[in-house]
Design a protein around this ligand. Structure first.
Ligand SMILES: Cc1cc2nc3c(=O)[nH]c(=O)nc-3n(C[C@H](O)[C@H](O)[C@H](O)COP(=O)(O)O)c2cc1C
Length: 192
């Protein structure tokens, strides 16, 4: 599979500038901006407009709740996410509200909502770093998450900091070019 660090076609500036950084400054995010992040998620499309997303967030000054989320992260993620001024857990409601049938699109829809949230954050100059590396059972216990919800990702969010504050191996990853497969590897104008 061929990959490149170059953009092949014109895209929005916030798509170009978004990146999952690991270094944050400690500055808390303004409450109205946090609200805007969830407003962006709110307006994402979803199957039959079910809006199966739920978010639990904690700012670093809400120490108890923040630590309930942080505690679930794997050790690699803990090394850098410890500086994140905002942690957000995304969850999906497994069943449709109107008929209690299983919603096969719920996780897909929450991913879309997370993408909207991420682009809004980028517009504010904030960095969002999604993490699948966390202990689901521990987070479920820590937050008393009912079985009717699936856990999605944990997002570390904050204003970008100096990569030099990170341990060396992470500095390299932070500064290395981002690679993407070429469109010719995943876009088809014909059947398989
Ligand atoms: C579902 C999901 C899970 C991820 N889990 C982790 C993680 O546990 N730790 C981590 O450092 N990055 C994680 N990432 C970030 C990806 O590694 C990152 O998006 C990818 O390398 C592309 O880099 P970019 O976002 O800067 O373009 C995750 C991203 C997604 C979408």
């Amino acid at each position: 599979m061929q990959a490149s660090a170059e953009f092949e076609s014109e895209v929005l500036e916030i798509i170009k500038s978004r990146r999952s950084r690991r270094a944050f400054i400690s500055k808390l995010i303004e409450p109205e901006k946090i609200k805007s992040l969830f407003e962006a998620a709110r307006w994402a499309p979803s199957s039959v407009n079910e809006q199966p997303w739920v978010y639990v967030y904690a700012t670093a000054d809400q120490e108890e709740l923040w630590h309930k989320i942080f505690d679930s992260l794997n050790d690699n993620n803990k090394t850098w996410a410890k500086e994140a001024p905002l942690l957000v857990v995304s969850l999906s409601r497994k069943r449709f509200l109107k008929n209690d049938q299983l919603n096969g699109s719920a996780k897909y829809d929450v991913g879309a909502a997370n993408a909207f949230l991420t682009l809004q954050a980028t517009q504010f100059g904030l960095n969002v770093h999604q993490m699948g590396g966390f202990d689901h059972n521990r987070l479920r216990q820590n937050l008393n998450v009912p079985e009717t919800f699936d856990l999605g990702v944990v997002m570390a969010i904050g204003y970008p900091g100096d990569p030099q504050q990170l341990p060396l191996p992470l500095q390299e990853r932070e500064l290395s070019p981002r690679m993407r497969y070429l469109q010719s590897e995943f876009v088809m104008n014909q059947s398989f």
